[in-house]
Design a protein around this ligand. Structure first.
Ligand code: AHR
Length: 495
């Protein structure tokens, strides 16, 4: 069977929100401390305590939004512990993640500085599980009130006169689990109450996000939409790609076989069904799609690297992770009319990270490179695509071998992204572009691929998996003919 793709360059389906390329950084393991924050006294080059190398790398992928401080940590976080002179900040135990000391040196001011330096939008997750309505309301006042008020005055005493712009606020995290083990009915009521006091001061407009479902808990979405849908701008969803079993053994990040490769891809592709089904419930209550689906935790979750703290969730990252990320982006684009934001877990040194650090060294993971290659889709118009593509067969099971997505940016450039998850078979693909003159086709692109399924980058060999120019494409009057190697992701600018 020949693989064919038809891009309808004149049929745009939705805008791919740049926030789909968002990130998540929690006070967990070495994500914030060491990974992002080293403090001004550190010998590691930093800007007011934030590592310069990490800043630069994240700026290069145009990180649009950053979620903080958790995760499970959010529902144990009391923001007042993290402001004012460092020596007076409360030292506490990070009970959820490794039982280590949290000195609260990275708090609201430091996070907002990070977002300013990254030129990204802040997404703060508030504490419902163990915090009060007053505490949440005062945090919003502290950050956004312009003028005379107890919290604004306090902010000024702590060195920041002008309020910050706060765009996104989450009312709790995983309130069905670490955020309080609540029933959806109970959380829906709490959401209604807490969100009332998440105020819009001055010109600041907050996009309020309700804590959403775990994986396929469709009842959670139903109850939340029914009882609180009108009071939210976004509803979250968490789903991790785990090839094994969450409790019995998730599988190794590097030492895996072809069965685990297949299982990983299958589970990553499951995101499509989850969005469709949660989306269908949302459609029932919100047919105009006003409420965004916010997938604020996704990515691979493997067993921690041998010898590392089990509470730190440190894992390596291979070409397998890169293709999981690429598959997700093609899925998120497909649902761009409902998916407003997603945040991969997590930015540095935790789970499916973009960056790994060791002292003053830093490496970029294969997943980082996918974010870099796919950023061309940020805020572009999703184009309609029709395709006939083959399957990846493994031990009598099948998955789609190639997934595809196309968009048109502000300048009329058309970008195509393709992922081939097959371990051994390349895909020869014919691409036709309707609505664009064949002479305009001047494809230029990049490819990320590897020789072995567990190839990855190390501090000794940081560029084993790195993007290269994509040359296996030719244009003729009929369109394009390209060869997509096994285990690869490609982004192409067509004109
Ligand atoms: O990302 C790690 C953890 O996974 C988060 O803290 C929590 O929300 C989820 O269960």
């Amino acid at each position: 069977m020949s693989n064919r793709i038809l891009i309808n360059a004149d049929i745009s389906q939705a805008r791919i929100s740049k926030h789909i390329y968002g990130h998540f950084a929690e006070h967990l393991g070495r994500c914030i401390y060491e990974g992002i924050w080293v403090g001004e006294e550190s010998s590691i080059p930093n800007t007011k305590g934030i590592r310069k190398d990490v800043l630069e790398a994240l700026r290069a992928i145009r990180i649009p939004v950053l979620r903080w401080p958790g995760g499970c940590f959010a529902d144990e976080y009391h923001w007042k512990d993290g402001i004012g002179p460092y020596e007076r900040r409360k030292r506490m135990v990070n009970t959820h993640w490794g039982g280590v000391i949290e000195n609260n040196h990275f708090g609201t001011h430091e996070f907002m500085l990070l977002c300013e330096l990254l030129e990204c939008e802040p997404y703060i997750c508030g504490n419902v599980g163990s915090g009060t309505v007053q505490e949440m309301s005062e945090w919003v006042e502290y950050m956004t009130f312009d003028g005379e008020s107890p919290m604004a005055n306090w902010r000024e005493e702590n060195g920041r006169e002008k309020p910050w712009r706060l765009t996104y606020f989450g009312v709790g995290n995983e309130n069905w689990g670490c955020g309080g083990h609540m029933r959806p009915e109970y959380y829906a009521d709490l959401y209604r109450r807490y969100q009332t006091y998440v105020r819009n001061y001055g010109n600041n407009r907050i996009f309020k996000i309700a804590g959403g479902a775990n994986v396929d808990d469709y009842n959670w979405t139903e109850v939340l939409m029914k009882h609180a849908g009108g009071l939210m701008d976004g509803l979250s969803l968490h789903y991790y790609t785990i090839p094994g079993d969450f409790w019995l053994g998730k599988g190794s990040a590097l030492d895996f076989d072809t069965d685990e490769w297949f299982a990983t891809m299958k589970r990553a592709l499951h995101m499509d069904e989850l969005i469709s089904r949660h989306g269908a419930i949302m459609d029932k209550y919100d047919p105009d799609k006003r409420v965004g689906l916010i997938i604020d935790e996704w990515g691979t979750w493997f067993d921690v690297e041998p010898g590392t703290n089990p509470g730190f969730l440190y894992q390596q990252n291979s070409i397998r992770d890169a293709l999981v990320a690429a598959l997700h982006f093609n899925i998120f684009h497909k649902h761009a009319d409902r998916v407003h934001m997603t945040n991969i877990a997590q930015t540095v040194n935790v789970l499916q990270a973009m960056i790994l650090t060791e002292g003053d060294n830093m490496i970029l993971t294969p997943t980082y490179h996918i974010f870099d290659m796919f950023k061309v889709h940020q805020d572009a118009e999703l184009l309609s695509v029709e395709s006939t593509l083959g399957n990846f067969e493994h031990q009598g099971q099948e998955l789609p071998q190639v997934t595809v997505s196309a968009s048109k940016d502000h300048e009329g450039r058309i970008h195509l992204s393709l992922v081939n998850i097959d371990l051994g078979q390349e895909a020869e693909i014919y691409v036709e572009v309707r609505g664009l003159d064949a002479v305009e086709l001047q494809p230029v692109g990049r490819i990320l691929t590897a020789k072995h399924m567990n190839d990855h980058n190390t501090f000794e060999q940081p560029n084993t998996v790195a993007p290269a120019p994509f040359e296996q494409v030719v244009a003729d009057k009929a369109g394009l003919k390209l060869r997509l190697p096994a285990m690869s992701a490609v982004t192409l600018c067509l004109n």
